[in-house]
Design a protein around this ligand. Sequence first.
Ligand code: GLU
Length: 291
Amino acid sequence: MSTYRGRFAPSPTGPLHAGSLVAALASWLDARAHGGQWLVRIEDVDGPRCPPGMDTLILGQLAALGLLPDEPPLWQSRRGDRYQAGLDRLIASGHAYGCACTRAEIAAAIGPRAKHGELVYPGTCRQGTHGRPVRAWRLRVHGRVDWEDRRLGPQSQDLEAEVGDFVLKRADGLWAYQLAVVIDDAEAGITDVVRGEDLADNTPRQIALQRCLGLPTPRYLHTPLVLAADGHKLSKQNGAAALDLGDPPARLREAAAHLGLHLHTCEPLAEAVPQWRAATMPAFTHLKDFP
Ligand code: GLU
């Protein structure tokens, strides 16, 4: 029996759209092509950004498309105790530290050199907060992370210079995505992360966390993004329409076409699995032919 376990992890900030369906379909196909399990996790860790009922709507959209998880979905909002246990371990091992700085203080300390939409933390509280109250918790990072993406090939990021000590628990008490995703993937036994390319530059942070927690690193495959008319990634912010589910096979064929598959039947999922297998299996670690 295959040990493969994959997942789709939508943030329920809006309904599934053409872009998120590509990631959902790719993760489902990769699991099926490997004879593995496919799970769904609702990433509602940032509660204020998740309208009530959006989780149910997304699960209904997936079901209408025939993308059915092999186990009951998980909700991150119910897993705070697991994230706290992870943070406690990181504090005990000296990998995490409390930070007293406000955003304005960090910006003033480093000037306008923001990277990745975030300020690279200058390490002010690495040696302690000097009596100031702890606002957030950060991971102490070192050097560079090299990793391999199944489609993008060898990747490298200087975590220390480009990202800096990143937040695990925010000043407002919310858990950071990076910690939640690493704990959840490990506890679910995820062997393969298949998700949109916009998340590729989060991967080194997640690998650094896995190493600090002594957790295995899954294989990664980042799928091509669907771009909006403005050239940016299709998202709820630039007007991505919720999927029209009047014709699920048509939506699946469109998403599959974006992954380089050519489907013609009214049973696109069954048709897509052997095509995906043929495209990905010969060179499991490289998918250079994919768009
Ligand atoms: N929740 C993230 C999103 O919807 C995906 C996280 C992941 O797949 O690791 O963009």
